[in-house]
Write a protein that binds this ligand. Structure first.
Ligand code: DGL
Length: 271
């Protein structure tokens, strides 16, 4: 069976990865079948250890390959990409793409000063995956953990004054630290797939001269390039799975995907 006749499996700890799926649907690639799993029962990953994140992420990855016949995996979660990509690659026999490398490449394409700010979960920041990937491209990256943002997004508070205030506080701290280090940042990379859902609030909070970018589009472009930009003419087939409340996923997921998810299937990965 050819790769293009298979399914692209997309995985996140929650709704955030839908920003990547949204970009995949808009990009030119010949695969028209997608299976998305949100491991919502065990979210947030961003406050957990590498060992736990790897164990959870491998279970989702195997579910997509073994139960949903995925022939290609997109790890639409920065935390799992930063801490569990090797473990996932070792546990499945299909190609796997994470979001860190495309994210760093997008920062490289966007910055003129070479100084990049990155906001992400605690675990992603502690791994320094973005600092390492940016440094390999000749960029200086200053990373900041913003642990309150994922729960606010999962709550659906994507246009809420509390979320705006939290963003203001985190960014003020980050900009002050950048100034202390003598950095001249012109790019803010959203290093968590949940953050594009509050991008308008983040854009309002950053000073003029700093451009906000995220890895979703860059990841989708990397997938399309892998399939040599051949677009499928088949109708798109989407299947959604969650490890907790499917009602919440259907309600908020449809909002974040920009189209109805349809029925979401509850799965138990613990067994
Ligand atoms: N969406 C995940 C990411 O990109 C983080 C969510 C979580 O902490 O589970 O890092």
């Amino acid at each position: 069976m050819s790769l293009t006749s298979k399914t692209i499996g997309v995985f996140d700890s929650g709704f955030g990865g839908l920003t990547v799926l949204h970009a995949l649907l808009a990009a030119h690639n010949p695969v028209s079948r997608y299976a998305f799993i949100g491991d919502s029962a065990r979210l947030p990953y961003g406050s957990k250890s590498r060992r736990t994140i790897a164990r959870y992420a491998v279970e989702s990855a195997r579910y997509l390959v073994e139960q949903q016949n995925a022939g290609f995996l997109v790890i639409a979660c920065n935390t799992a990409s930063a801490l569990a990509l090797d473990a996932i690659e070792q546990s499945v026999s299909v190609p796997v793409l994470g979001v860190i490398t495309p994210g760093a490449a997008a920062a490289h394409a966007a910055t003129k000063t070479g100084d990049v700010l990155v906001i992400a979960t605690d675990a992603t920041v502690q791994s320094h995956a973005y600092a390492t990937a940016c440094s390999a491209l000749g960029l200086r990256a200053l990373e900041k953990a913003c642990p309150l943002l994922v729960p606010l997004v999962e709550e659906g508070w994507t246009d809420h004054p509390v979320t705006s205030e939290v963003i203001n506080i985190y960014l003020a701290e980050l900009l002050a630290q950048a100034a202390t280090l003598g950095m001249k940042p012109d790019t803010l990379l959203l290093g968590c797939t949940h953050y594009p859902l509050i991008r308008p609030l983040i854009e309002k909070a950053v000073p003029a001269g700093i451009r906000v970018i995220d890895s979703a589009e860059a990841t989708a472009a990397a997938v399309a390039a892998r399939f040599q930009n051949r677009k499928s003419t088949d109708p798109t087939e989407l299947r959604f799975f969650a490890t907790d409340s499917v009602e919440k996923f259907e309600r908020l997921g449809s909002r974040f995907l920009g189209q109805p998810t349809g029925p979401v299937t509850l799965v138990d990965l613990d067994g």
